[in-house]
Design a protein around this ligand. Structure first.
Ligand SMILES: [Zn+2]
Length: 185
């Protein structure tokens, strides 16, 4: 199959349709938009799968695909810097999403078929991340923090009040929870 070239609309469309096809074959479904947009067809499509995964976990794929085939053709975004992102996430009881491992990226370079194959490899890796997660004593899985530490995805050492502090305290709060696992062992 052809090498992907972002300057060729037909190839952007071919890659976009191939990505969505592979995701649907793998049991992934499009995630609804989280907010209302004037041009929803210009938003990056996000696909996810929860079937077969431990409770609360899902694999998300940020496809770089836009379009609805009506207002705009279904195609990958033209920016070459964009990458497809795959992550294993846990959705907390209060609806926040936490990455369980490091998000992985698939650069859209080379053969169209190869790009899709690399995406599938990342998806399998994310699947493994979910399946091999370690768990906190509260029952929630642990995630890898920015400092490469494992911490409870429910941040269960904080009280509800501490978790719901206003946004302008988030930096302080973040530092707190990165430090916290030390005293919990
Ligand atoms: Zn916990």
């Amino acid at each position: 199959m052809s090498d992907y070239d972002p300057s060729v609309p037909m190839l952007r469309q071919l890659l976009g349709l191939q990505i969505l096809g592979k995701l649907e074959d793998a049991g992934f479904a499009e995630e609804p938009l989280t907010k209302k947009l004037d041009k929803p067809y210009m938003a990056e499509r996000v696909y996810a799968r929860v079937d077969g995964l431990p409770k609360g976990m899902k694999i998300q794929v940020y496809t770089t695909v836009i379009g609805d085939g009506d207002n705009v053709p279904v195609e990958v975004r033209s920016s070459g810097k964009d990458a497809i992102r795959v992550s294993a996430v846990y959705v907390t009881k209060d609806g926040k999403t936490r990455g369980l491992g490091k998000e992985t990226r698939v650069n859209r370079t080379g053969n169209v078929e190869d790009i899709c194959e690399r995406m599938l490899i990342r998806m399998r890796k994310a699947w493994k991340t979910c399946k091999t997660a370690t768990y906190c004593e509260c029952g929630a899985p642990k995630f890898v923090t920015k400092n490469n530490k494992l911490a409870c995805a429910e941040i269960c050492w904080l009280t509800e009040e501490e978790k719901n502090k206003p946004y302008n305290n988030s930096k302080k709060r973040y530092n707190r929870y990165l430090r916290a696992p030390k005293f919990r062992g």
